[in-house]
Design a protein around this ligand. Sequence first.
Ligand code: HEM
Length: 68
Amino acid sequence: MAGAAGAPKSGDVKAWAARLKVKGMDGLVASVRNGLNAMPPGGLCNSCSDEDHVALISYMAAAEHADF
Ligand code: HEM
């Protein structure tokens, strides 16, 4: 099951691994920076750096998330 407008969901390890394998982290960061289909450029975060996006992608791609 995908997230908003077909976005890969946080913690969906398989979905993220597949994208990382095809495009690599640099490619995924470029997708966020430029936007991709239904994803707006910068993921709507205009103040985020590439490093911030790497951190966010790493978080979303990981299986274990803190349960606040
Ligand atoms: C800073 C926040 C965000 C980050 C870091 C992020 C990251 C990503 C990444 C890395 C992908 C995979 C791109 C690829 O396969 O090349 C993706 C896909 C996607 N994201 Fe985001 N995203 C963010 C915010 C958003 C927002 C705000 C939306 C919607 C309003 C969104 C919607 C989508 C959609 C629809 C896809 C699937 C695009 C496709 O494969 O057609 N994302 N996101």
